[in-house]
Design a protein around this ligand. Sequence first.
Ligand SMILES: [Zn+2]
Ligand SMILES: [Zn+2]
Length: 167
Amino acid sequence: MTTGVFQPYMFEPESDPEFQDDELTTPQIPRMLQPVTEWCTCGNCAAMPTEKENVCCLEIPEIVRRINQVPDTLTCMTHHPGFEPVCLNVYSLQNALNVYKADYGPLRLKGIEQRYRRLAQRSFVSWCWGYLSRTIRVVIPSCVVLRICQEFPDAADSCVGFRPPLD
Ligand SMILES: [Zn+2]
Ligand SMILES: [Zn+2]
């Protein structure tokens, strides 16, 4: 009964190309449920609280570009000779605050360590990506987030070094 009869949808693509793309890739196991070694190749990442934060420095082209600019073979972005002076040096961050204030006004964050951490992350983003908006819109890899937290921990630990004011 259908012979010679136009069948609706017979010329339609079988599926939406974007949808097909999804089908071709193997189902992704959330990284939060995998051992860190399944996705981290730098050796310094750890499981992070949200799925999108579970990213290794060596997966991000903007970061790999910086790593490849130094003569030494680096296994992790946190070993880059520019990492400390750009992202952890408190005077660099004091200056980063002034740059922020000039563009956006006061940095509305309580707690000096929290402010240092945010400025360190912002400095990392502007250094690697070359641009920055008021909020951080890229994913900073786990190893870098952890290194910054280690440098500027929340608790007023006795091991914390001298911090100039962020004014
Ligand atoms: Zn890693
Ligand atoms: Zn790393």
